[in-house]
Design a protein around this ligand. Sequence first.
Ligand SMILES: Cc1ncc(COP(=O)(O)O)c(C=O)c1O
Length: 372
Amino acid sequence: MSTATGAIGLSAPWLDERDEELVLEVMRSGRLSLGPAGPRFEELLAEAVGAPYCAAVSSGTAGLHLCMRLAGVGPGDEVITSPYSFVASANCAIYEGATPVFADIDPETLNLDPAAVEAAVTPRTRAVVAVDIFGYPCELDELRAICDRHGLALVEDACEALGARYKGHLLGSHGHPATFAFYPNKQLTTGEGGAVVTGSREELELLVSLRNQGRLETSSWLQHGRLGFNYRLDDISAALGIGQLEKLDRILAGRSAVAGRYAELLSGLDLEVPFADDADHERSWFVYVVKLARGIDRDAVIHRLAADGIACAPYLPSIHLQSYMRERFGFGEGLCPVSEDASARTMAIPFHARLAREDQERVAEALRSALQ
Ligand SMILES: Cc1ncc(COP(=O)(O)O)c(C=O)c1O
């Protein structure tokens, strides 16, 4: 997968003949939805993350939305989440008429700072959406303790963190509902898709009904027991997911090796590489995000690399500063200074499981010359 002089994209899925075979099998069977591939994918995914139950859904966003239903979030409630995340971490609360409340992040892990979460709790708080940003596990024990103390639901947005471990245990196996996402830049892709895993059978039953237009286990096709959604994952996508799960270990190992090479190649440059693992946190590599030194013109760096055919992107903007958030909730600069500082300085560089060493060398060289 080397492109000695060609363009180097930001991400690329790992697709192979086995994926094609599995997808074709579904197409030839004619059972494109509600066939056997969905349950098989769920079974394998549950096993891969050590979760008792798994409900596949049409996207990570859909999964987070359903988690809000599990938590009983509704109008007038507040849901605390991280400003340094993808918008879906906060939008899921808004879909249910609740108000997102942003607690600031830790400057190193870029995940929610538990002390900031504790300080953000009010009598209206109903849930915390804890994000494992860039695949680095959040402070689950501290966050769970806060939730237990205040009677809040804990929902994990593990959309970027398939395969990561907290305190030695895979994310998804900790009992509370956790959502994964399978857009093509993720560790595992189904095209579009997602899944919610949980340790609770009752939650699984509710998820299965809600994603399928509120049908009950006992309902016939046009009988609906509650207001639901069409958040089903189709069988073509599920089949692709099965192919991806079969090689998940190789995908994760490849990503880890590429990250290790970047750490070497970028050492000595005036930038911070992603925070290292420790005994409690084992990252699953999703993107490779570097933090530039203060005063560096990030846009100029990005343009410079683009001129060499290397795709980079500012990553991530703080959610509370998105225009619709400012307009609707009156959020502004200064609400979460750590997140805002990170947002001003972080950028994603090309990253995927099969990125060739020569391409990484080109990226590192281009960065070196852009930062001089
Ligand atoms: C942290 C986070 N949350 C939620 C999502 C939403 O997932 P999807 O794009 O599958 O709806 C994503 C994916 O982009 C994500 O990175």
